[in-house]
Ligand binder design. Structure first.
Ligand SMILES: Cc1ncc(COP(=O)(O)O)c(C=O)c1O
Length: 494
């Protein structure tokens, strides 16, 4: 289960998924784990719920031919994935891109000297912040381009990286996130060029771009643009089952140094009982992406038709239509970002309403907009989505009010290293009393899950107001908060 990428020219299809179904098709007496034994008698409720096929394919690890022994199916599937994304080596993960971010942070932590700083996009996902804590990194933050019209963060501009690198003493790596939740793609070739010129690797969180590069109308992936380590949340838009993901290592200037570190980080973060269902889904998703050009093209065309109908309707506008090249060098065509404020509606309330009343689910919302995602290969019922939008009237809780506007709060000064603050003695105080003190927690407003306060940062009045408003908004949630309304916050007592 640990083989590096070595190509077998005869390999194709889905070796791991096939090996698991081959095993499931045999007449076996399963006196091992999982304890459901894939048997109707021992697990009737599970069987009714999931069906016999799922239970039979839920096999335990370390089975010869499946994931054990020379030339096993798992290793061959990992190689096929590395080839598909253009990586030197790929790791299959069963704890999401969150695991990939923690692995990347641990690898960067072990790369170079312990106290050398790592430049990190401030709007990184909370799982990379967790990685900073685990690895004891000293972060120096890169500010993303902000779109104040919609209260959203794009990626890091090359000029910001160049400036911050010049001001940072002895950095050892750079970490950025692209694409954004809204599908804005950063200039990875420029960012990689700047990082490499400074002698440091570039890690890219491409969680939302697992499908990139699999159709000529999709943006290229970060590996092909020079990134060294790339996080891919395959279950998001790559089509695998929830919680399955990949981490890719490029065949770049830092590969020799990073590969053993990433492998060791994998050992530290993996389960010893990885789910065969999740791994098989990675294998199948990769194969579908590689062979699904026509279907992906149909999804891209379907998304554009929906956007055009929304534009033509005149009530709503498309958020990504207004982006400048400084905000995005490319846009993921499988996202439909709709400005509902233009019709007097509140985005968070609209998203909730459409889910509860129309059964139409969209991925994220802000006060001003909602964003629909199309999985590559999916051609949704555009009429249903557009009709659900068009029936909405700007009254009651659906009405947009200026007071709803939540500009992203500025972040506080980092006074203590995140790991030190995380493990420091702390006390919970009333949120108003926390202002001006150092946070012990990472507090991230969902959606989208970008921490607004990091452990070690000074808490501002602005950030408290923001978090409380998000917590009170429809569908709003603050990860890391002690109580759901964020009435109290844990502060360091050092
Ligand atoms: C940018 C980014 N990175 C990483 C993750 C973590 O991904 P996963 O949910 O697969 O653990 C997310 C989750 O939303 C994310 O948005």
């Amino acid at each position: 289960m640990t083989a590096p990428a070595r190509a077998n020219p005869n390999d194709h299809g889905t070796p791991y998924a096939d090996a698991v179904s081959g095993n499931a098709a045999q007449d076996l007496l399963r006196l091992n784990v999982p304890g459901h034994s894939a048997d109707h008698g021992s697990a009737p409720e599970l069987m009714d719920y999931f069906g016999a096929d799922v239970l039979k394919k839920d096999v335990s690890p370390l089975l010869t031919g499946i994931d054990k022994g020379p030339g096993n199916a798992y290793d061959r599937s990992v190689v096929l994935a590395a080839q598909a994304w253009g990586a030197r080596r790929t790791w299959f993960l069963t704890n999401g891109a969150s695991q990939a971010n923690r692995m990347g942070a641990l690898a960067l932590g072990a790369f170079g000297q312990a106290d050398q700083p790592v430049l990190v996009q401030r709007s990184a996902h909370s799982s990379f912040i967790d990685g900073i804590i685990l690895a004891g990194l000293t972060p120096v933050f890169l500010q993303p381009v902000l779109d104040d019209r919609y209260g959203i963060a794009h990626g890091v501009a090359p000029a910001e990286l160049e400036r911050t690198l010049a001001e940072t003493d002895n950095p050892k790596g750079v970490y950025v996130v692209t694409p954004s939740y809204f599908g804005a793609v950063s200039d990875v070739p420029a960012l990689a060029g700047i990082a490499h010129a400074a002698g440091v690797p570039l890690m890219v969180d491409e969680a939302w771009g697992a499908h990139f590069g699999f159709h000529p109308q999709l943006p290229q992936n970060a590996l092909s643009h020079g990134a060294d380590l790339v996080v891919s949340s395959t279950h998001k838009l790559g089509g695998s089952l929830t919680q399955s993901a990949m981490l890719h290592l490029a065949d770049g200037p830092f590969a020799d140094a990073l590969e053993p570190l990433v492998q060791r980080a994998f050992m530290l973060t993996m389960s010893t009982s990885e789910s065969a269902l999740l791994i098989a889904s990675l294998d199948i998703a990769r194969n579908s992406l590689q062979n699904g050009q026509a279907r992906i093209g149909a999804s891209i065309a379907a998304a554009e038709r929906i956007r055009q109908r929304i534009r033509d309707g005149g009530r709503f506008t498309i958020v990504s239509d207004s982006w400048s090249p400084q905000e995005a060098v490319a846009v993921d065509p499988l996202r439909i970002s709709v400005d509902v404020r233009s019709a007097g509606l509140n985005g968070n309330a609209v998203r909730e309403e459409m889910m509860l009343v129309d059964g139409v689910y969209t991925e994220i919302s802000t006060d001003a907009c909602i964003v629909a995602f199309l999985g590559p290969g999916f051609e949704p019922d555009g009429d249903r989505f557009v009709a659900a939008l068009n029936r909405l009237e700007p009254s009651g809780r659906l009405a947009y009010a200026e007071t709803h506007t939540l500009p992203l709060p500025r972040t506080g000064e980092l006074r203590i290293r995140p790991r030190d603050a995380w493990f420091a003695p702390a006390v919970a105080v009333d949120a108003r009393e926390a202002i001006g003190r150092v946070s012990a927690d990472s507090l991230a407003a969902y959606p989208p899950g970008i921490p607004n306060v990091l452990p070690g940062e000074v808490i501002s009045a602005e950030v408290v107001e923001f978090l409380q408003k998000v917590a009170a908004s429809p569908g709003g949630y603050v990860r890391g908060a002690r109580d759901s309304a964020v009435d109290t916050i844990r502060v360091v007592t050092l």
